[in-house]
Design a binder for this molecule. Sequence first.
Ligand SMILES: [Zn+2]
Length: 637
Amino acid sequence: AQYVAVEEWMQYTKSGIEHYNNYFEIPYPFKKYDQVIVPDFLIGAMENVAAVTFSESYVDRGSSNRFSSQRRAGTILHEMAHMWFGDLVTMNWWNGLWLNESFATLMSSIAVSEATEFDDLWHDFYLSENLTAISADKAVSTHPIEVPVVSSNDFFNVFDSITYDKGASVLNQLSHYIGREDFRLGVSSYLKQHSWGNTELSDFMDSLSTQSGIDLNSWAQDWMYQAGVNQLEAKFGCEAGLITTFSILQTSSESHPTLRNQRVQLGLFSRDDNGVIAAFAALPIEVTGAETVVEDAQGLACPQLALPNYEGWGYAEIKLDDVSMNTIINDSALLGISDPLMRSMVWTALFDAPGNGQMDNNQLLALLVTNMPFETNDRIIRQTLSELVSNLNHLEKLGDRFTFQLTTYSNAAEEQLWDLISRGVIAGADAQSESTLDLRLRYYRGIARSDIALNNLNGLLNDEVTVPGLTIGQGTRWDIINRLAERNYLNIRDLISDEQARDPSDAGRRAYFSAQSALPNLEIKQTWVERFLDTENPLPLSNQRAAMGSIFPPGQEELQLALLPRLTTDLPILAAEKDNYYLQSYGRDLFAGICSREGLEIIAQAISEPDAIGPTLYRFMSENVQSAELCVASKEN
Ligand SMILES: [Zn+2]
């Protein structure tokens, strides 16, 4: 309890209640509002009427950064939104559950952006909700937002990123489609009309239609009953410095061919003499069909960069046109883009560029490393470092042919990042806040491969290396040890048992199991696998999940391959005896990161009879089969 950020918590709670009273135009409907933090709680939080429960993951032991505060604010306000939408008005049946969750997620984003210190929340909405949704929508397991739910047992696999993140992204798009204020008024009248009652999806859509005067039937068909994400790309021609033709191209994937209507803003950017790239026009347009002609753009100045999802109203992948790509690559213009959200969108398009054949992966890695010291926005620091970590991890999986490339960029990234970290907390012109420092250290752990880098991490543990202003909390200590375990650092087993003695808490026990299972040692991993498969005397689920999450880190694919036959033997038994939370971790974590033909064959065979292994294992394992296929293809390419 000593670690609970009480003041902050109460602050978000109070401003949240006030915000929702105004937004919904209905006073908080219950007599009290309790919030309870529960040990070993399996999900994030639960919106019991007037007594919301939260998992311990909302309590930081030791240092906390801006993102953990924002995450707390987001969840507090998400659950609070359910008091109106979910509790005051409740959907008739489980299939309406997606609307509860999508809606609460969007409401919490609006509340966080308007009622807390995180006024750049839409930047995060793009990075967290939009991009998470897009990647889920491209997975084999994607599904329409609205799906039939036959029994209450079916809903576990519907509670996913499509429900929370795509649902929220699509509702956000809807609010721009009909207008922000009409959306709010429609929601308010829906809640007033159905207070203390039960509803169907059509009740909600009717309220919005009535308020806005827009028929939403075909909109709902395309967005809620069809899976998949569309791609948007600008196409334009100029003469004498002025736009002569401009259109937005829309494409779809073969498996999900629907083209959709949506309202987006087209941002046109130019570069001034100081290298600053800013929008000189933002044109609202309704995208329809394969090509939407933007007549309003004709006669405007020819842009150096065009972005068809300015300010993130839409739900779409953005492919950069050649002119924009050229501006970004050749003039190293990224940092000149003054709006952080737009800078993030351009980065996202660059991450996709090697796959689209628009750029070489080495070029992308070089951009990531060279831009590192100059980026000042924490959200983009996180976005780009996270890409760097996964890009390098991917190279490591690809094996010998890529060793030189891996070493080159991994060393360069380590050096650059450590240089920034070792400056410590700085105020003033080259500021580095405690929160930024914490963030950089987190990704440094993910990148650290060389002896120098691992020694630096170890030095932070035993105080041989100090960084001005950096305090290393218990959670961070364990994270460092976990990385040292993955890389089999000298005397790592002693480090792990010393730390276990030092931290006898519940969280410490989970971290101890994580670190132990991460060791690159077949016998230890075998022992863990048998523990996972033990149906008689299983360890507490939270402990098993901690170990499942770290047993096969990048770089240990051969150990994973050796254990795949054992891991796939008992699937039908597990499906019959274990609960969904267990099966989720089992299917998702233990088969992640496979990148060999042999491994792919084992896991593909294991899911060849979906009925035998049940929907939960099938769902997560089929996603891993898809990733393995892609990885093997790039390895053999
Ligand atoms: Zn919820």
